[in-house]
Design a protein around this ligand. Structure first.
Ligand SMILES: Nc1nc2c(ncn2[C@@H]2O[C@H](COP(=O)(O)OP(=O)(O)OP(=O)(O)O)[C@@H](O)[C@H]2O)c(=O)[nH]1
Length: 398
């Protein structure tokens, strides 16, 4: 590879060159630094809003370090060794921190060793081509390839995680950023003078693509975090905190969906109402914490016995509702009997205590009562109270 010695400040990138020099490399670098600082501020703001998850702290720190590195690469009056070698190392450290945040986000184990290796390699490449085999061209070329690889690694980490919302924007951003850096590296290989027309086109395009990709990445990251936060809030508002079953709001939303699906598919829809017998006695005898444990225990058993797409909701104090797609009344009575028998057999063990309890069950289906969930629940409730009146610990079909 031929060596050439253009000081950075003397390189003008064709399509971006203006006579007044407004869009020179310094200006573009300044824009990049400003964008990185702006996206860092956005990341920090969203971290504060969502309770500061660890991954965002790493992304924000990584962004800050990248912008510091970018600024270092373009300082005037500073020897190359500081300017480029340390600047590149600092940029790589920043990308390493972002990668660490991505790993945390994807529930992978982040390792400091990786960040150290990434940084050291980024220091070694320019050091080698500055001190051992001096070649600006080789330095820019190999550093470009290396930074491209790091960004593609970030894209791969996120893509492995899967999902859709926000992730696709960040994956695209990392991929484009990698491509822009790779193209710059290739440009150094194929064009001896970057100011010739094809060379300057590649350089100009990559200088525009880099900040755009950075904005995409940051918006994608913020979207990802906001999506997770919204999901957490949605869960909190539709789940019962004690048992993890759906609460009334969750039952209303999901029950409607399951009911419509069954009706459209012309399948029966069964509703089972289950109520713990003499629950007040359990509370009064052993205390509320034991009563709470009985409720958690019952929810656990019901969940274990159900199919993944059946709905389980806590309807009131000690009453649970099951919504079963594709079961008629007789089939649902068989399921209910199995549940009742299992509950009767199980022991709830808390510290030195062993508590046994039973449940009364009412079963109804859409074949007799239609698909309206409110009607089904009130018919199921009536059947359950009939089971209570008939002596408890039994199943009654309504
Ligand atoms: N530990 C605990 N108790 C609760 C909770 N929610 C409601 N309860 C209690 O559940 C009890 C329900 O009592 P009752 O409605 O008389 O029902 P029961 O004693 O089971 O009688 P039957 O249903 O007729 O067999 C009340 O004492 C409520 O205070 C809860 O989240 N945890």
């Amino acid at each position: 590879m031929d060596d050439c010695h253009w000081p950075w400040a003397e390189i003008h990138w064709g399509i971006l060159r203006t006579e007044s020099g407004v869009l020179n490399l310094d200006t573009l670098l300044l824009v990049q630094v400003c964008i990185t600082l702006l996206t860092t501020a956005l990341l920090v703001a969203s971290a504060c809003y969502t309770g500061s998850p660890a991954e965002q702290r790493w992304w924000a720190a990584g962004n800050l370090v990248v912008s510091l590195g970018l600024a270092m690469t373009n300082m005037y009056g500073v020897p190359d060794i500081l300017n480029t070698i340390i600047g590149y190392g600092v940029i790589a450290l920043g990308i390493g921190l972002v990668q660490r945040g991505l790993r945390v986000y994807c529930s992978e184990i982040p390792r400091w060793r990786e960040v150290v290796v990434v940084t050291v390699v980024a220091l070694l490449i320019p050091a080698y081509f500055t001190l051992v085999v001096p070649s600006l061209r080789a330095r820019l070329c190999y550093s470009g390839f290396y930074f491209a690889l790091l960004n593609w690694l970030c894209a791969a980490t996120l893509a492995r995680h899967g999902g859709w919302r926000g992730i696709v924007i960040s994956v695209a951003g990392f991929t484009v950023l990698g491509m822009a850096l790779f193209a710059r590296g290739m440009n150094m290989v194929f064009h001896s003078d970057p100011a010739d027309v094809p060379g300057s086109l590649v350089m100009g395009a990559s200088m525009l693509a880099i900040p755009l990709a950075q904005v995409c990445i940051a918006f994608g990251l913020i979207l990802m975090v906001m999506w997770r936060y919204a999901e957490r809030l949605r869960k909190l508002s539709t789940l019962d905190a004690l048992t993890g079953a759906l609460n009334r709001a969750g039952l209303e939303i999901q029950g409607k969906r399951v009911g419509l699906r069954a009706q459209r598919g012309r399948r029966s829809l069964a509703v089972i109402m289950i109520d713990v017998d003499f629950f007040k006695n359990i509370n009064d005898t052993y205390g509320h914490p034991v009563g709470d444990e009985v409720l958690r225990h019952m929810a656990r058993i019901l969940r274990l016995e159900l199919r993944p797409y059946d709905l389980l909701a806590r309807f009131g104090g000690e009453e649970f509702v099951l919504v079963l797609d594709g079961l008629n009344r007789d089939a649902a009575i068989k399921v209910a009997e199995r549940l009742r028998a299992r509950i009767e057999l199980e022991l709830v063990e808390i510290d030195a205590l062993s508590v046994r309890y039973t449940a009364s069950v009412g079963v109804v289906s859409s074949d007799e009562h239609g698909y309206d969930l409110i009607r089904l629940i009130s018919a199921g409730d009536a059947a359950m109270y009939e089971a209570k009146r008939a002596g408890r610990n039994r199943v009654i079909g309504g």
